[in-house]
Design a protein around this ligand. Structure first.
Ligand SMILES: C[S@@+](CC[C@H](N)C(=O)[O-])C[C@H]1O[C@@H](n2cnc3c(N)ncnc32)[C@H](O)[C@@H]1O
Length: 240
C-alpha cells in the first residue's frame, strides 16, 4: 500500500505491527474457543501460574486489594471472569466475608481445575463457559473482576456488553488489560493475544455502559513510568 504524506505511519504503529501478535482475527467462534482451551488446558496454563508470581502480577494485585484501591470488602456477589489458576480469586477469598458469593468463570476447564487445587477452597463455584455468552441472569453480581482476559477477544464489545448485562446498576468492575506498550507487545507475542489502546478501550467501555470511574496503578513507580498495563475501575450507572 502506498503511503501519502497525510497518513504516514507513526513509528509507534510500525513497532506495533512488528511486535504484536496478529493471528487473533479470523476463524469461527468455535475455533477461537478451541484455541484458547488448547493453550490454557495444556502446559502454557501450568506455566502461567509461575509466570504470574515471577512477574509479580499476582502479589501486586493482592496489594491493590489490601490497600483498597479496589475495595471488595462490602461486596455480596462477585464474578471473577477468566479466573485462570485463581490468581485474583485467591485475593477475593481473603478480602471478602465468608457469605460473599464468589463465582470463578473460565473457558478452560483445566485452568479452573488448577484454581480449585491451588486454592483448596470449596467457597467459590466454578463455572466453565465463554464470557461473550455468560450463563447468568441480568444484574446478577454487584462486582466483577476481569484480569487479563479481554486481550483474547478479537473484538472486546460482545464480551464487555455481557459483563455490563450481568452487573447490577451501581455495580463495580475491576478490569485489567494488556496495553499497547512495548512490554505489552511482548506479552501479546508470548500469549498469542492482542493489546489495547487505552483511549479506544475506554470508548468501548462507555459504549457498553461501563464508564471508567478511576484509572489505577500498581505502585507509584508504575504510575510514573506508565507501566503495568490498563487497570481500571468501571461502574455501571445507578440509573441503567
Ligand atoms: C492470562 S489468564 C488470566 C488469569 C487471571 N485472571 C489472572 O489475573 O492472572 C487468561 C484466562 O482467561 C481465559 N479466557 C480467555 N478467553 C476467555 C473467554 N472468552 N471466556 C472465558 N475465559 C476466557 C483463559 O482460559 C485464561 O484462563
Amino acid at each position: 500500500m502506498s503511503t501519502t504524506v497525510g497518513d504516514r505511519k507513526s513509528p509507534r504503529k510500525t513497532l506495533r505491527r512488528l511486535v504484536e501478535f496478529r493471528g487473533i482475527n479470523g476463524g469461527t467462534v468455535q475455533q477461537y474457543r478451541n484455541r484458547i482451551r488448547n493453550m490454557y488446558d495444556g502446559p502454557a496454563g501450568a506455566v502461567l501460574v509461575f509466570g504470574s508470581l515471577m512477574s509479580l502480577h499476582e502479589p501486586l494485585v493482592g496489594r491493590m486489594f489490601r490497600r483498597r484501591k479496589f475495595d471488595v470488602s462490602g461486596c455480596r456477589s462477585i464474578l471473577d471472569v477468566g479466573s485462570g489458576a485463581g490468581q485474583i480469586l485467591g485475593h477475593l477469598l481473603k478480602g471478602t466475608e465468608p457469605e460473599t458469593r464468589l463465582v470463578a468463570f473460565d473457558l478452560s476447564h483445566g485452568m479452573l481445575r488448577r484454581a480449585r487445587t491451588r486454592l483448596g477452597s470449596s467457597r467459590p463455584s466454578y463455572v466453565t463457559g465463554d464470557l461473550t455468552q455468560l450463563p447468568f441472569a441480568d444484574n446478577s453480581f454487584d462486582c466483577i473482576t476481569c484480569g487479563w482476559v479481554i486481550e483474547h477477544l478479537p473484538d472486546p464489545r460482545p464480551g464487555l456488553a455481557e459483563l455490563s448485562r450481568v452487573l447490577q446498576p451501581g455495580g463495580r468492575m475491576l478490569l485489567l488489560a494488556t496495553e499497547d506498550t512495548l512490554p505489552g507487545m511482548v506479552v501479546s507475542r508470548t500469549w498469542k493475544c492482542r493489546t489495547y489502546n487505552r483511549r479506544e478501550l475506554r470508548a468501548v467501555c462507555d459504549e457498553v455502559g461501563l464508564p471508567w470511574r478511576s484509572q489505577l496503578w500498581f505502585t507509584p513507580i508504575h504510575r510514573f513510568f506508565k507501566m503495568g498495563g490498563i487497570l481500571v475501575e468501571a461502574q455501571k450507572p445507578r440509573d441503567a
